[in-house]
Design a protein around this ligand. Structure first.
Ligand code: UD1
Length: 423
């Protein structure tokens, strides 16, 4: 099992860092490659991450050819032959996000069987909104033996209102609607940049999706889709993680090609704290002096609110800013587990239901800690940069799902960090 070892306390990150394509964009984009019956689809700027390998295998399991050229960060998908309609448990069980293949398989084949996603440490994560939406479009859904089966010879357009703007449900329904008969309207749709990226690819494939990035999506069904070429949008969460890292270490870092608009909610909170964030021609520069920063209150919300995927990293910053900060997590019900690990490093905090009070500014000490989920692993590594002494972060499988060369990128910015393999 690999471990990351950090000698912390003195680090000031300095320099430039390059950001990958977004994991949360490429997973649904890969699901969309199931749809076209003619032409190949080429995705560029693909991040080399274990979740991407898993999704490639989910798509391959349908009998589709998927070639990942890692040197060029490019995936070529050929789905022109007939496809199977069962997503294999072996891969679906590894990653919850693979549920987004349900809509595309159903829309293309009229029948789909996908394993029910399992439990998740950050919350219960039901998929009722995915299923209700497909039912509204005429699908008959049955759940048996851990599998979800969806059937509809031809989906039809529907007017769907989502109780909550779920990212995955919006993606699933949007893809299903591209080949449905008639017009589908999704109200209270998710507005994340990754939704917009998916709509761009679908339209490049010949779909008619309007309104992506707003709360109402209107999708006019077409008879068929064709392959397309597409550059994956930059990873705003990876960019945000480096912004927070720069602020925590009183650093000066240019996050290359990061998109200001996509990180607006995070940037606004960093500025409120006293961090300098400026837009430059080729990216976003973050500079800070820790002693001058002020505590803040943050509430996670669907986009364009503060992203839950930046919550853990931001609490690491709150932990070292003098005074009392508050983090309210409204998207997932159990996403403060990293605070328990950070307590082992000297964090003073209290959790009351969805609210964490962080008493920031106490000295932190390096310690052995375990990642509890993907973003928690990044938060623990950032805490290791500022804690005195040695921090050892274990269970890196979480980190590898979503960060490419994380420790190498931090080392290049001046961190004393290395990764070791242990038998
Ligand atoms: C996506 C992201 C994830 C991010 C999350 C919220 C991907 C691959 N993952 O996950 O990194 O943390 O958005 O920004 O893009 N819910 C329901 N019923 C449903 C669906 C969701 O109640 O049918 C609830 C969930 O339990 C959760 C909330 O809605 O509390 C948000 O979930 P959702 O937006 O669907 O997140 P994901 O698409 O799973």
């Amino acid at each position: 099992m690999d471990k990351i070892i950090i000698e912390g306390g003195q680090t000031r990150l300095d320099g430039e860092v390059v950001i990958e394509g977004a994991k949360n964009a490429v997973l649904p984009l890969l699901a969309a490659t199931i749809l076209p019956k003619s032409g190949k689809t080429i995705l560029r700027n693909v991040p080399i991450l274990s979740d991407v390998f898993t999704m490639n295998n989910v798509v391959r399991g349908l009998g589709i050819s998927v070639e990942f050229n890692e040197d060029d960060k490019e995936i070529t998908v050929d789905a022109t032959s007939d496809i199977l309609d069962v997503a294999p448990y072996e891969y679906v069980s590894k990653m919850r996000a693979s549920i987004v293949v349900l809509g595309p398989i159903l829309a293309r084949n009229g029948h789909a069987k996908v394993s029910m996603p399992g439990g998740c440490t950050i919350g219960s994560r039901p998929i009722d909104l995915h299923l209700k939406g497909l039912e509204a479009m005429g699908a008959k859904i049955t759940q048996l033996g851990g599998d979800i089966t969806a059937e509809a010879e031809k989906l039809h357009g529907a007017h769907i209102y989502m109780d909550f703007p779920s990212v995955g449900a919006t993606q699933n329904l949007m893809m299903a609607a591209t080949l449905a008969e008639g017009v589908t309207t999704i109200e209270n749709a998710a507005r994340e940049p990754e939704i917009v990226d998916l709509a761009i690819l679908l339209n490049e494939m010949g779909a008619q999706v309007r309104g992506a990035g707003t709360e109402t999506l209107v999708i006019t069904g077409v008879d068929s889709l064709h392959g397309a070429e597409h550059d994956v949008v930059q990873d705003r969460i990876e960019a945000g993680t480096f912004m927070v890292a720069a602020a925590m270490t009183s650093g000066n870092v240019l996050i290359k090609d990061a998109v200001w608009e996509h990180n607006r909610p995070l940037i606004s909170k960093l500025m409120e704290m006293g961090v300098s964030v400026t837009e430059e021609e080729n990216g976003i520069r973050v500079q800070a002096e820790l002693d001058n920063l002020r505590p803040v209150t943050v509430k996670t919300l669907p986009h364009p609110g503060f992203p839950t995927d930046m919550q853990a990293q931001f609490t690491a910053l709150m932990a070292i800013v003098k005074g009392e900060s508050t983090m309210i997590e409204t998207v997932f019900e159990n996403r403060f587990q990293h605070l328990e690990e950070m307590r082992r490093m000297g964090l003073h905090s209290e959790i009351l239901r969805d609210t964490a009070l962080i008493h920031g500014g106490h000295d932190l000490q390096g310690a052995p800690v375990m990642s509890t989920d993907l973003r928690a692993s990044a938060a623990l590594i950032l805490t290791g940069l500022v804690a005195n002494g040695t921090t050892i972060v274990g269970k890196l499988t979480h980190l590898d799902r979503g960060y490419y060369q994380f420790h190498e990128k931090l080392a290049k910015l001046g961190a004393n960090i290395r990764r070791v393999s242990e038998a």
